[in-house]
Design a protein around this ligand. Structure first.
Ligand SMILES: CC(C)(COP(=O)(O)OP(=O)(O)OC[C@H]1O[C@@H](n2cnc3c(N)ncnc32)[C@H](O)[C@@H]1OP(=O)(O)O)[C@@H](O)C(=O)NCCC(=O)NCCS
Length: 186
């Protein structure tokens, strides 16, 4: 896919843009991959239809955004994953970061997800005027805490046995980043 649609956020290596309706099946296939959904708090198998309904709900409200991450390769922009924010609370100036995933396996481990996270944090603090951005990480996915910490998040607490997955309860780790702690990326 050539570079055509105007991105929301951009660096030398990635673009973050709106998701097209034509991409429902692609995103559904990523969200149905155990290497992706194993990091989610809630998982229901995704189809193009459920992805379409999900995005329609996102667009109908103003508390959540989900975007496409594209890897820039020469004149090409390759869709590789999604990043988003939710629970946008404009009075308290806070939102939850997530989800973030790289669905195209060959694009993992290249630093693109970290770059996407840092661009979206800039958007939260410098454009939306957020004061606090928080993130949840499930106990089985605790390794991802280190990933968020690279973007500036600090581990805040753990909600004990807060989620039920795979037949047992797990802690939910809470991370946060405040506006005066954020180091702009762009
Ligand atoms: C989390 C995820 C987006 C990271 O993608 P990625 O392409 O591996 O990440 P990056 O290449 O940008 O990694 C950037 C840095 O974070 C580190 N990192 C990434 N994932 C990590 C993990 N699971 N544990 C520890 N460190 C990790 C990398 O080592 C790298 O550090 P370095 O620069 O010092 O080498 C990817 O593993 C994924 O899609 N996971 C499934 C979905 C998920 O769990 N999302 C989070 C909750 S919604």
């Amino acid at each position: 896919m050539g570079i055509s649609r105007r991105p929301l956020l951009q660096s030398d290596r990635i673009r973050i843009r709106e998701i097209d309706d034509t991409e429902d099946a692609l995103v559904a296939s990523w969200r149905s991959d155990p290497l992706v959904y194993s990091g989610f708090i809630e998982f229901a198998p995704a189809s193009a239809r459920t992805q379409h309904d999900f995005m329609a709900n996102v667009r109908a409200g103003d508390a959540r955004s989900v975007w496409m991450i594209e890897a820039i390769e020469g004149s090409q922009a390759i869709p590789v994953g999604n990043v988003g924010i939710m629970g946008i609370d404009r009075r308290n100036r806070r939102c939850e970061f997530g989800p973030i995933f790289i669905g195209e396996h060959s694009y993992r481990g290249r630093g693109l997800a970290l770059e996407a996270e840092r661009l979206v944090l800039d958007y939260c603090f410098l454009h939306l005027g957020m004061h606090r951005v928080y993130a949840y990480v499930t106990e089985p996915n605790a390794a991802v805490v280190a990933f968020h910490e690279k973007a500036g998040f600090r581990r805040e607490t753990a909600l004990r046995e807060h989620i039920f997955m795979d037949g047992r309860f797990w802690d939910l780790i809470v991370l946060s980043l405040l506006e005066d702690e954020h180091v702009p990326f762009s």
